[in-house]
Ligand binder design. Structure first.
Ligand code: PRX
Length: 640
């Protein structure tokens, strides 16, 4: 029996049991049968969660791009690998075949080499969703450079922090980007960021919006002329299984963003295997994930997972609302999309628009619908199921994280019966555990607790770049010998999992992971601000929105409060990006603090949720009187 493609529920249970009982044999078979290796491994797995140290396929040698490109050439050379749908529907879509993509990646890889990039160097990619982004990612992987893609909605400060943290020597960007009816000056943002990045020696600039940008002599170069001169052959660098493939930053509840390090072999095997099964991809299918490659979803399920399976993967440059809210459905009809993978935020925003914009289009090509990034509420689930899937296309509610590299808990379509708001069953090889607050594992069904994973899977991030101690503290210290996800979950009467949300100070807004600390740090930069605290509150489209409680330095501050609110959001936009803007800002004279000086966010969260009937124990507060004044303020404040 091939374990690679699961087609029935019994088969799922059978393969799952094998993957848990004999994980090494199981993953060895998957790796052996479906990938191309220069040298096989000496050891499938060694691990120690106390250090923590995890190694998969040690001793093996490979290059991921040979698996994603070269090996498909004989059979799929003329098949579309990437189908690029531009921001403007009037601009023609571009079909890039495997043969063409292979050539473009090789050329780009040669450009990187000619510019002095070597194996192990870090390269920052700050590009919009244009083909060059995927090509740049693969070009890095071709020569063994470690890519660090930064979502092109991040501000210059966020960009420079990420460039410096992993010491990138090169930045790849474009002259700008389209976003619906707007254009964004990406190169200007890069220029600003690089004022504080002395180690960046080269900037390669792709042309997209044909804007007038400034070119810094000796540092900036247009990409196209370099590509024109580069050779189409570039031998793939032979990489060790545990060599880093990429770094991707994610927010922590405190401190600076964490550069999660993913390595080569395990990441490739797991992203490919999950893609094949969770989307039930068949040879001629057209698969579309609407995420940006700047997030892990794009890395694993636009680039690596699909290409490792020889799939056709769509890259969409635009936004769901341009030129109108029918755009997603227009694209589904136009390209006859078979698998469609998006975030609950997008579903909720589109559901608000009324059905005319859906009914205009033929969605009959759809077979599988996916959801990712945040819990999907019941209403959105049904809207998606009824109106997009017409009750024919199973919804795969996929739970996973930047740190996990691939999908961890999810139905397999046509295999696992779905249940609204439930991510359902652990995927093959994944051993979840629910823990109580005392560190005991909750056995049996109908329990809820903190979600951990007991055993390593191939694509678990191996460390945080430059800070292994933080990796250990964040993920392996809360519960002995377990990876802690930071999420809460419940297991129902049949063993299905439902993710209930973060149990730490990370807030998921529109599917984006935002740590409270960096936002508070940004707000505190405002000269009038003494202190601030951020919590999430429910929002009907974004899932959560941000509520800021802000103490001003001067209690008698006479400036217009709405102007102050605007200025605070402006600072947040500059430091992090518009995704982190606050929906509500309440000025207050104090924040509830414990005697050790810690802000009691639990109370602020209740106030923000307008749920003040039971605030719980406030006796440990240093300043209990402040609570009532915040409640009064919340009732009377005009917020923005
Ligand atoms: O809280 C969970 C939520 O998103 C977090 C991970 O965010 P990030 O690393 O940005 O990766 C997002 C894309 C994989 C998780 O800790 N999350 C992700 N998927 C789901 C989810 N919450 C509920 N249901 C999901 N399907």
């Amino acid at each position: 029996m091939s374990n690679y493609h699961i087609k029935h529920l019994e088969e799922y249970y059978q393969v799952y049991r094998k993957s848990v009982r004999e994980p090494e044999n199981f993953w060895e078979e998957v790796a052996e049968e479906h990938f191309m290796w220069h040298k096989k491994w000496d050891n499938v797995l060694s691990w120690d969660f106390t250090k923590p140290e995890i190694k998969w396929f040690e001793g093996a040698q490979l290059n991921v791009t040979e698996n994603c490109l070269d090996r498909h050439l004989p059979t799929r050379g003329n098949k579309t690998a990437i189908l690029f749908e531009p921001n403007d529907p009037k601009e023609a879509a571009e079909h890039i075949t495997y043969k063409q993509l292979h050539e473009r990646v090789n050329k780009f890889a040669n450009v990187l080499k000619n510019q002095g990039v070597e194996k192990g160097d870090r390269v920052c990619i700050y590009l919009p969703m244009i083909p060059e982004l995927a090509v740049a990612v693969l070009a890095c992987a071709r020569i063994g450079a470690i890519h660090s893609v930064v979502f092109a909605g991040f501000s210059s400060t966020a960009l420079s922090t990420r460039i410096n943290d992993c010491d990138c020597k090169m930045v790849i960007t474009s002259d700008g980007s389209y976003r619906g009816a707007k254009t964004i000056d990406l190169k200007g943002i890069v220029d600003e960021a690089l004022e504080s990045c002395p180690n960046v020696k080269t900037v390669l600039v792709a042309k997209r919006i044909l804007s007038n940008i400034s070119i810094k002599e000796g540092r900036d170069q247009w990409l196209q002329p370099l590509l024109d001169e580069a050779s189409t052959t570039c031998e793939a660098e032979v990489m060790n299984a545990e060599d880093p493939l990429f770094i991707l930053y994610t927010s922590g509840s405190t401190g600076k963003p964490k550069g999660m390090v993913h390595t080569t072999a395990g990441y490739m095997v797991y992203s490919a295997y999950t893609f094949k099964n969770i989307f039930q991809y068949r040879e001629n299918d057209i698969y579309w994930c609407t995420a940006d490659i700047g997030w892990i979803t794009g890395h694993s399920y636009i680039v690596y997972g699909p290409l490792a399976n020889g799939a056709t993967t769509v890259m969409f440059e635009g936004v769901p609302s341009y030129p109108d809210f029918g755009r997603f459905w227009e694209i589904v009809e136009k390209h006859k999309i078979n698998q469609f993978y998006t975030a609950p935020t997008a579903i909720r925003a589109l559901a608000k628009q009324g059905l005319e914009l859906v009914e205009k289009y033929d969605l009959s090509s759809l077979k599988v619908l996916g959801s990712v990034g945040e819990p999907i509420n019941e209403e959105a689930w049904h809207w998606y199921n009824d109106n997009i899937g017409k009750k024919q296309s199973p919804i795969v509610d996929t739970w996973w994280q930047t740190e996990t590299g691939g999908i961890m808990i999810s139905p397999i379509p046509f295999v696992t019966p779905t249940k609204p708001t439930y991510a359902t069953l652990p995927f093959i090889g994944i051993q979840p555990a629910l823990m109580d607050e005392n560190g005991n594992e909750l056995k049996g069904n109908q329990v809820s607790g903190r979600l951990c994973v007991k055993f390593p899977w191939p694509s678990i991030a191996r460390t945080i770049w430059g800070d292994h101690q933080r990796y250990k503290d964040t993920y392996f210290s809360a519960f002995e010998n377990k990876y802690f996800t930071g999420d809460g979950a419940l297991r129902d009467e049949v063993g299905y999992y439902r993710i209930t949300g973060r149990v730490d100070d990370v807030i998921i807004v529109s599917g984006h992971n935002l740590g409270t600390a960096p936002i508070e740090d940004a707000i505190n930069e405002h000269p009038a601000v003494a202190e601030s605290a951020i919590v999430g509150f429910p929002h009907d489209i974004k899932g959560n929105a941000l509520y800021g409680f802000v103490i001003l330095k001067d209690v008698g501050e006479t400036r217009d409060q709405n102007n102050l609110r605007k200025e605070i959001n402006q600072i947040i936009t500059e430091h992090i990006g518009p995704i982190a803007k606050l929906d509500k800002i309440q000025f207050t004279v104090g924040l509830p603090k414990t005697r050790s000086g810690k802000i009691m966010r639990r109370i602020l969260r209740k106030i923000a949720h307008n749920d003040i009937s039971n605030l719980g124990d406030t006796s440990t507060l240093l300043n209990p009187e402040v609570v009532q004044s915040i409640i009064d303020g919340a009732n009377s404040e005009s917020t923005n």
